[in-house]
Write a new protein. Structure first.
Length: 415
């Protein structure tokens, strides 16, 4: 752990506190502005659309103008977009701003992650990867509590998010580190991914749907239930911190028994936690925060287990390319999650959100059972080691302990 790594993590962490605040604030403010559930779902899906576009376009920008200029530009546009949300409260304007915000956030991730890759050579890569994943969740969780720092109907909280995003630039811009090279990426085709690891493919897709539902529509869910700002902040924080805490024991369990069994049981438990949330909403029972904590711990584990399962069936040279493909599949699922939740909430009310989550997780559990009947389990001794994962950008995969950071020499004899 070097001072440069700490500086990079602190800068990105400060910035992500603002990003976490903004995401929740938008859901609350959109509801107060009488946006429909479908409009809000479309706006929140716009973030993931920008994220996917940014994943493809940002590396070229960084290669052309460099890391420092790119980071400053993405942070400036992201901060300006945060202020514009508060100044221009209209569904279509917000959709454009949300796409722009998603593109800027993935750009910021890419700059920091490429620098972290440069600083994390050797056996410490896995520890830095895990620390980065956890610090990302903690920063996003901390941002939820800032919802109490001002009135959600005014510009104050939007300005606070913009300030945090802007201040996050300072430590990164002052870090003394050589700018690394970002190479062009080639992702595996979806058909090849489905053939190599069907359960990993569907697991990443469903994990994206369930996570997209949470990040995009939970503040709206809380607002529709007439929860106060403090209760919404607690609901979001409990889910995020549940994910930060419970991923470790669930992941370690998947290292010790058939990983398909753990993924299937975790999917069933996620569906059960979402169903319990639906029952709490329908009957007016207490315990919403507790169910959110459990749901977060289970839900955030689905992607990491799916990726680890995919690794169990890949040759070393396929790992990086395949995981980039799974990351894109996750993003596609996250794109549709808020849309599905918005439609469901329009049809059956706030309970539509946990219903979508429970149904999606249930589908994954059923598919897991099907795949267990079609393919033999690999020996536990041959399984890779689980590491917690949060969707950031493809560049973070260079730090993953199962990815070879140095490409092999071409010994085919070509000149």
């Amino acid at each position: 752990m070097t001072p440069t790594i700490l500086i990079l993590l602190s800068g990105l962490g400060l910035l992500l506190v603002g990003v976490g605040l903004l995401g929740t604030l938008l859901g609350v403010r959109a509801t107060l502005a009488s946006f429909s559930n479908i409009d809000i779902g479309l706006i929140m899906a716009g973030y993931y659309a920008g994220y996917i576009v940014g994943t493809l376009a940002v590396p070229g920008v960084i290669r052309n103008v460099g890391h420092i200029r790119s980071f400053a530009a993405f942070a400036a546009v992201g901060a300006a977009a945060s202020l514009a949300f508060g100044l221009l409260v209209h569904p279509w304007v917000w959709l454009v701003l949300r796409v722009l915000s998603g593109l800027c956030v993935v750009g910021l991730y890419m700059v920091v992650e490429s620098w972290l890759n440069e600083q994390s050579a050797g056996p410490v890569r896995g520890r830095i990867f895990s620390l980065y994943m956890m610090s990302t969740l903690v920063a996003l969780g901390a941002g939820q509590l800032l919802l109490l720092a001002g009135d959600t109907t005014e510009l104050t909280l939007f300005a606070l998010a913009a300030i945090l995003i802007s201040l996050g630039v300072v430590p990164v811009a002052l870090a003394r580190v050589q700018e690394p090279t970002i190479e062009k990426e080639v992702s595996a085709k979806f058909t090849e991914l489905m053939r190599m690891t069907p359960l990993g493919f569907i697991g990443a897709l469903i994990a994206g749907v369930v996570n997209g539902v949470f990040w995009g529509m939970t503040p709206v869910f809380g607002q529709r239930l007439e929860l106060g700002d403090g209760q919404i902040a607690m609901l979001m924080s409990a889910t995020i911190f549940g994910g930060a805490i419970l991923q470790w024991p669930i992941g370690h369990l998947s290292d010790r028994i058939d990983r398909r069994t753990v993924l299937t049981l975790t999917s069933l438990a996620t569906a059960a936690a979402a169903a319990a949330t639906a029952l709490i909403v329908i009957r007016g029972y207490p315990g919403l925060t507790v169910s959110a904590f459990l749901h977060g711990g289970l839900m955030f584990s689905l992607y990491g287990i799916s990726v680890a399962y995919a690794y169990d069936h890949l040759a070393p040279g396929q790992v990086l390319e395949t995981t980039r493909g799974l990351l894109l599949i996750y993003g596609i699922g996250a794109l549709f999650g808020p849309l599905l939740a918005g439609i469901a909430m329009d049809l059956i009310g706030p309970v539509g959100l946990p219903v979508v989550s429970a149904t999606s997780a249930g589908i994954l559990a059923l598919f897991g059972l099907y795949r267990m009947s079609r393919r033999s389990a690999i020996p536990v001794a041959e399984q890779t080691v689980f590491v917690p994962m949060v969707r950031t950008s493809p560049l973070v995969l260079e730090m993953h302990p199962d990815v070879d950071p140095a490409p092999e020499l071409d010994l085919s004899g070509r000149e």
